[in-house]
Design a protein around this ligand. Sequence first.
Ligand code: AP5
Ligand code: MG
Length: 193
Amino acid sequence: MLIVFIGPPGAGKGTQAQRLASHLNVPHLSTGEMLRDAEESGTELGRKAAAFMKNGQLAPDELVVKIIGQRIEQPDCARGCLFDGFPRTINQAEELDRQLSLDQRALDLVLELHVEEDELVRRLLRRAKHADKPRADDTPEAIPKRLEVYRSLTQPVLEYYRARGLLREINGQGTPEQVFARIRDAVETRQSS
Ligand code: AP5
Ligand code: MG
């Protein structure tokens, strides 16, 4: 299956995509992780992306479309994969559809993780305080910017998928186990339809 996880920063996309990836035995593709890895390796791409990430802004579409495009061509994605944090703009969503259609493929499901804003901020600040490896964008300055970018650039992507009948809203509050049970139900419903 080809499944997209969409949700604001701190909604639990990474946490849940990782669980679903091992449940379905397909790769978990996080553009945020890919960009942070590129930054750590000191590549040109990583340096370019780091400046945007630190300020809570999106990296340029062409840059993320390129890394995802190369990744989905890898043999381990032949049975499907989970997209976490991609697409984040309408342009990225259109590009993904275009690239998949070249291989006669299409998305099966889009899961929107819904979490109240005060809970999102609590989660991100908690991670900033307790993580072994703190993230440069979990700061009181960058968090509101990330939320604003989500509202203005990524929320329209929800409508794009709703219009195509792919969107399922998932309550992302509660324990990670409770959220995962809701996701598993949505995936099983889609598999049996
Ligand atoms: P990205 O890495 O995707 O970050 P994000 O979406 O802003 O936020 P997170 O990854 O922190 O949230 P998440 O929803 O994955 O939640 P998580 O499971 O980690 O992107 C970072 C940056 O990279 C972007 O700002 C942009 O600059 C760039 N970028 C990435 N993709 C891009 C794209 N497509 N285009 C352009 N630029 C792009 O959980 C968060 C915390 O909450 C964790 O500590 C977790 O343990 C905890 N938690 C999880 N679930 C629960 C729960 N149920 N209850 C309590 N705590 C929980
Ligand atoms: Mg994440």
